[in-house]
Design a protein around this ligand. Sequence first.
Ligand SMILES: [Zn+2]
Length: 546
Amino acid sequence: MVKKYLTLLFAMLFVMCKSPQKQETAKLVILISIDQMKSEYLSRFNPQLEAGFKYLLDSAIVYTNAHHNHATTTTAAGHATLATGFFPSHNGITDNTVYNRALGYKHYSIEDTTVRFVGIEDCGLNRVSAKPLLKNTLGDYVKESDNASMSYSIALKDRASILMGGKTANRAFWFDAASTQMVSTDYYKETYPDWAKKYTANEVMHSEISKGWVLDQSFTKMASISSDSFERERGNFNPWFPHTLASFDTMRVPDNKRGAFMWNSPYGDAFVLKFAHQLIQNQDLGTDDHTDILSIGLSAADVIGHHFGPNSYEVLDYYNKIDFYLAEFIEKLNKDVGKENYILLLTADHGVAAMPEYLADQGIDAKRILGDQFDADIARINEKLKDTFMLSDDVILKANYSGVEPNMSIFERNGADLNSVINMLTSELERLEYIAGAYSFLDIKDSSCNKPYIAQIRNSHRDEFGYYVKLVPTENYLIDMRKNGTTHGTPYTYDTHVPLIVKLPRHSGKMIDTKAYTVDIVPTVLDVLGIKTEVHFDGTSLGQSY
Ligand SMILES: [Zn+2]
């Protein structure tokens, strides 16, 4: 009742303040990010996507050439970017874990030890919050313009949910595998809802968990798909179907099998979509003219993609199944909120590289460089630098796939010339067949530096985070890797090219092939909603293109 009066009051205020340029009234904006979804899946898997994706492709504006425009294409950086309209260099979230230069160690980019979990007695997950995010999210802007608006976010991954939610979200929820519950913290002021406590994956997905992940009857192998148990596939499951609780590799998943099943199968993301619908119903989202925001991250897609690769039975079947769950979710949206009352966007935080062995089989130059080889090469370069500059201390302090940290104290202590040492270090690194570029802070600060991808490197850079020298591998090479699986994190098209689907009320479907960027999402939605800000985003509204 109170909500009704408040709604009426705010509705009256809203009418008075309504911008004359307002283009669309939307009761709800839904932002879906599928973790690790490549744009090409929409076309490559198209014959088999006949439900939710087909509905969106037929009825929405589809940007077929949408990209992330920063170099470090990882989950935290991608979500912060698509949710703020700013590159990591400005939004503050440059990677999942960041090497903190002042502290001299790595930590989780969203670490916040001051928060406490709510809605659960005992939670062993990391304490995290949106505090390190330096920019507003879409939900923050909408709530700022109308304080009767609500914003929620949900994902299996904490970083996806928290970074899409932003600082003023009513609440962000993420998955605790031990309890199979969606948890949250006291960073958010609203009371943790009772219904959410009871809505566990253990109960809601009981029959899927018992049955296991089996291939759909309709599953047909495609030309681009390798056999079911490709040699480098290795997840927490054995590599062949069916994937059941019993087929978990017991060394990798010793306990919490039901929670692990959610993380490693399409059913984890199905649970997230079901939880999202519960949020709409229980928190009264999309019921009035105060635009609400619901951000949804589908994180199991990333886990499955890492383990099995983009040319696997598992990834194709994941999209087959999510296609159905998306259709189910959209059907409920059309019924509960109304077909013409919501805006729905679908994108991804990054893509992924194909398994190098799969590409090599097709005659493409691609390699997996194991951690041992990488470490041996770094040790050799370290010795060469020591000899050349006659230093007794190690020159390289730390190194991994993302970069190399030189021992900065040698420059003061031994009088070594910074420029000379760094120039030799970067050129030695670039002589390795698997390194395409080594970019030091000197390159980043030098406006005349024209190395390939320097703009994307700068968009990923903040002085306080990351190793002094950043590495970009040779295209299609995976460096400092384990023996199995694949990954992402480069400025190459296979990692940057993501879907961007914008479903607007009263618009018909359209394909647009001009380049669009994930930083354009927030300015576009604000433009559609007629919300004016003084903010100069890194992206621009795509409003002119449809
Ligand atoms: Zn990933």
